[in-house]
Every structure is written in C-alpha cells, then in structure tokens.
Design a protein around this ligand. Sequence first.
Ligand code: TYD
Length: 394
Amino acid sequence: MKKIFLNLGKQPIANSFLSSISKNSLQKEYFYKLKVCFDTENFLVSVKDPVNPKIQYTDEYAHRASESETMRNAFKLTAKKLHERFKPKKVMEIGSNDGVFLKNFKKNKVIAVEPCKNLANLTRKKFKTYPSFWDKKLSNKILIKNSKIDLVFSSNTISHIPNLKETFEAVYNILSDNGVLVIEDPSLSSILKINSYDQFYDEHVYVFSALSIESIVKKYNLKLFDIEKINNHGGSLRYYICKNKGNYKSTARLKKILSEEKTQGLNNLKTFKNFAKRVHKSKQQLIALLKKLKQKNKKIISYGATYKSTTVFNYCKIGTNFFHYVTDTTKNKQGKFTPGMHIPILPPEIGFNESVDIAYLGAWNFKKEIMKKEKEFRKRGGKFITHVPKVKII
Ligand code: TYD
C-alpha cells in the first residue's frame, strides 16, 4: 500500500528553464504537486503523481552529462570496468544523453536510446542512435536489425520512467540469455543519511534501494545478482541484473547491502516519516541562515543551476528575495531563469566575480570539484553554504 510521507509543495518541471519571464511565459509555466510516497509491499519510494514524460523530455532538455569533469571520468572508468567484466559484443544505453558513456566503446559496438531530440542529434553522427522513449515497441524495432544485446546500461534514467513494467519487459526482450542490465541511480539510503531531499523532483519518479529493486525485477523474470555503492550524485547504487536463467550468482556484497538497508529501516514507513521531519527542519534552518546573511548585507548567489535546487528553491520559497542570481557553466541554461522562482542564470565568467560574498552550493554533488576550482574565492574570504548533510557555512 502506498503511503505519502513527504509533501514538497507546488513545483515546476525541474528542467524547464525559462527564456523569458514575461506575463505570457509565466502564465504557461507548468506546476504539479510534489508528494512522495512509500510502498509498504515492495519498499519502493516514488513521486505520487508523476508528470507526463512528454512534457519533461523535450528537444530543449538542458542537462549535459559531459558538463562535469567528475562525471566524464566516472563514465570512462565505468565503461572500462564493465567492458573488462562482461566483454560485451554489443552495448546499448537507455538515456544516452550526450554520449558521455558510450563514446568509451568502439562505435560499431554501441546503440544509443535517447528521447530528447537535441541530445540524440549530438550522438547520431557518432553512433547508431534511436531518438525515442524506451519501450517494448522500440526493443522490437532494434531487434529487427540487431542480435540480442549482452550489456544494457542505464545511468540516472530508469528511475525517471513511470512505467517500470514496460521498461523491464522491454529489457527482458532485448537481453541475450546471459546478458546483463546495469543501472545506476541515486541511493535512497544515502538520501536519508545526508538529508538530500532535493533528489526528489519530477524526473526522479522513483528513488530505488536494493530492497525495492530486488522485489520489483523479480516480477519480470529478472534477478538482482550484484550491487555496488558509487559516489555519483551524493551516493548512488549500481545494480547488476540478469535473467532468472542467467549464469550469475548472488554476491556477498549484495547480501551485505540488503542487510544494511534493513538495519537502516528502508522497509519501514516510520523511517520515512522521521526523514520528513528532518526535511522540514532543514528548510527552516536554510531560510534562517539566508535571512541572517542578508541582514548583514552579504551578496548571495547560487552556484550551479541544478534540477535539485529547483526543489529547494520552490519548497523553501527562495528566489531573488535572497539570491542576486545563479551561475552555471551550461551554455543553454545561461541567460535563462530558474523554474518556478525565476532567478536569472549567468555564466560564471560574468557572475562569479569579486562582488560575491556567499554562494549557495546548488551543485553540492560536485563539492570537491568546485572547492578545488574556487580556491581563489575562498582565499579572499568567500564562503559557500549548503544544506547537505546539514545547513551550514563551508
Ligand atoms: P547536475 O549534477 O546534473 O545536477 P542536477 O541533476 O540536480 O541538475 O548539475 C550540475 C550543474 O552544475 C550543471 O548545470 C553544471 C553546473 N556546474 C557549474 O556551474 N560549475 C561547476 O563547477 C560544476 C561542477 C557544475
């Protein structure tokens, strides 16, 4: 049974940066109610009323996975590791973005699936790209021209697709008998530990745990046989899944993580109710800190126009009442306004200058990379603030 435990209020689509804040554009801005629930039967955490993917994944989709050095390196290493372990003849990626993972394989070995046309256009000249949503129909279409696939990879995408039945049945259809599905998504355990409630936004329809994935894939004749903790996005899990008839045995580290999740209470509604209380407290503390800094006449900006910060800004009602602007390195976010709270976005070359006193770490998941990059800012007394794992000045 699904039980709502967290209400993050009225939220816009996290990737819908506005080109203009004219009355006309604002009237068209789409909002939905972001409520998060826990399923007491399969331990799955999900957004109560998911947004239609056709509104979310358009040809203006802003995120470029290659934007960060951390992610470029992470995908390169992952590709190498998966290649060595499974020696796949054919690799397919669901949600291939700008090709940051697939570019590490030989061109003729890979198939990209990417519904956002602007992103699909970036990779179609390099390797075979299907500009479509992942479903059974597409898996059949791919199989007309290709043999079954022995490695299907999907990073930060499966958790975005509302219809898990269609997704896993299509994967089953395309996988070879001993093929492997590897998925990476933010870890529920980490979110609860570091209070990163901003991992809940329209795209993250699901936040998976080992417990929930184990339970769900069983329904589709698949089995979770291995798992790995990875650092991406503040703590993610990499799940290794094969067909029931596949040759892979459950690993000791899978058993360990399942047991850790039970100890943490990820199979218990009470754990989530307690988390919701911590989220509420985090909101109050962040607003209080910003008010204090503003009273001291500090110039505050936000660093990284992340999807995650859309949740924080709209939940806490933080906008130009506190921030002068947001800086972001992504070209197609620059010159636009953040969804819902309409804060202008500037390129860091212009916005991250001497006049800035404090920067809220919207891209807290790249804290290490950013701290290294912004040594000069910190040397001259500039400070960062964050809400992860708790509200504080860094
Ligand atoms: P991302 O990690 O994709 O988070 P989300 O999924 O919540 O959007 O986004 C990070 C954003 O931060 C991206 O737009 C690029 C930006 N960024 C900077 O502006 N400067 C930096 O130094 C880094 C690392 C990222």
